[in-house]
Design a protein around this ligand. Structure first.
Ligand SMILES: C[S@@+](CC[C@H](N)C(=O)[O-])C[C@H]1O[C@@H](n2cnc3c(N)ncnc32)[C@H](O)[C@@H]1O
Length: 418
């Protein structure tokens, strides 16, 4: 979610609408930067991440009026921004995401363990990095033998190699594979610790690759000094540990994070069992998470078939001839998500949705219209706020015209009767 300046407006129940506008404004202030730099927020990049300051305000608005022990849910938790804030706030939380990478990141950023266990994380990371550095020196002395690639279970090694080749300088690939193999060894005795270490590796993967960014697949060769992979990895785990130490100083339970389709929320919680929801669903036709995370899936050995098939709103779905079908599918997917939320929410419970207008298949997708069209008498839109986003380029200007392009926060409330 960008923090670019743009006019902010609000409507609906006055005090709530002002809070929502404040949640948008917080992202653009110095205070917003402080929140974004705090606890575990800076550990891992993630496309269309909710601004942490927005998440902080929304968690307060939604969870504030609930009872102690009440459950807050984010059905599209991504990298876990709202879960980190729920943990910070001390409320019980559940996150769902269909991406196996998102689940790993969100769990690592909210890992709630004893100081001894956090120390073990730091020490293990430094130990592995030291071993990897020594192995790299040894490989150089002996004339740099060929990389011994790992063989993650369920991946065809040749196909994996083909997909990974070209994205890393040979010495970088060797150092990455070496560290990953050492993490695999940790996994055989402590899978939970290995998962958290894996997030440290994932966090630096694009930085040391030849890929321009998470969302831009342009090949852009980078010069990475020998040994830097291990150093960056250790530093990233230090950053995570510092954030976890700060979170650990606050009381509250560890959020639960489940790899699941948001439409199946009802399989995880009883009807009426959720006190509040704070979430940011995909924006129609804007990102292609399964494609963008593919390099990480291949390198880390994460299985992604289910995600590829079940991702909603993905840009690839709008490509080619079936645009009309894709728009209808998006609307029915969104309606299914909102139906699942209505069933899960307790009477009087609130759901804050952060969602932006987008272009899909060359046409404007008005996110607020699509959400409104999905509501039935169980959910009422009680307050909303928006921020104007600059329409960039000729296509955006033509498509969005006078109405403009906006980022929205929509606050829904579960009726007490229906
Ligand atoms: C806008 S992002 C959420 C970002 C998150 N708020 C954060 O701060 O990192 C939308 C998320 O929806 C997930 N997603 C897409 N289709 C899904 C589905 N059917 N069920 C659950 N998650 C899905 C994507 O993996 C992505 O993480």
């Amino acid at each position: 979610m960008p923090s670019a300046p743009g006019r902010i407006g609000n409507d609906g129940e006055r005090d709530l609408a002002r809070e929502l506008a404040g949640a948008l404004a917080d992202a653009g202030h110095g205070r917003g930067r402080d929140v974004a730099d705090s606890v575990t927020h800076p550990v891992h990049t993630y496309p269309a991440r909710m601004h942490p300051a927005t998440a902080r305000r929304l968690v307060e608005v939604v969870a504030g009026p609930t009872r102690a022990g009440a459950l807050l849910v984010d059905p599209f938790c991504g990298s876990g921004t709202t879960l980190v804030e729920a943990r910070f706030f001390g409320v019980r939380a559940l996150g769902l995401d269909l991406s196996p990478l998102a689940v790993l990141i969100a769990r690592a950023k909210t890992w709630t363990v004893s100081p001894t266990r956090r120390r073990a994380l730091r020490e293990t990371a430094h130990h592995l990095a030291g071993e990897a550095l020594a192995a790299g020196k040894q490989a150089r002395r002996s004339g740099q033998g060929p990389t011994t690639e790992r063989r993650p279970v369920g991946f065809d090694p040749n196909a994996r190699n083909r997909r990974l080749s070209g994205w890393f300088a040979p010495h970088v690939r060797r150092e990455l594979e070496d560290l990953a193999a050492r993490i695999d060894e940790v996994r055989s005795r402590d899978a939970e610790l290995a998962d958290v270490l894996t997030v440290g590796l994932s966090a630096i993967l694009i930085k040391v690759s030849n890929r321009a960014s998470d969302t831009d697949p342009t090949k852009m060769p980078r010069t990475i000094a020998r040994g830097n992979v291990a150093r960056l990895f250790a530093r990233r785990i230090d950053l995570l540990c510092a954030g976890l130490d700060d979170l650990g100083a606050r009381r509250g339970p560890q959020p639960e994070v489940v790899q699941s389709d948001a439409r199946k929320l009802g399989d995880l919680v009883p009807a009426g069992g959720v006190a509040g929801i704070v979430t940011s669903p995909p924006y129609a036709g804007t990102y292609d998470y399964a494609e963008q995370q593919r390099l990480r899936f291949d390198f880390l050995g994460l299985h992604h078939r289910e995600f590829h098939d079940g991702e909603i709103g993905a840009r690839r779905g709008f490509a080619g001839g079936g645009a009309r079908d894709a728009v209808a599918r998006w609307r029915s997917d969104l309606a299914a998500v909102i139906d699942a939320m209505a069933t899960a929410l307790a009477p009087g419970g609130r759901a804050a949705l952060v969602i932006g207008d987008s272009i899909a298949a060359g046409r404007a997708m008005w996110a607020d219209d699509d959400v409104r069209a999905s509501l039935d008498d169980r959910l009422a839109l009680v307050a909303w706020a928006w921020q104007e986003r600059p329409a960039l380029g000729a296509t955006e200007k033509r498509v969005f015209q006078d109405r403009g392009k906006r980022e929205h926060i929509l606050l829904l409330e579960r009726s007490r009767g229906a």
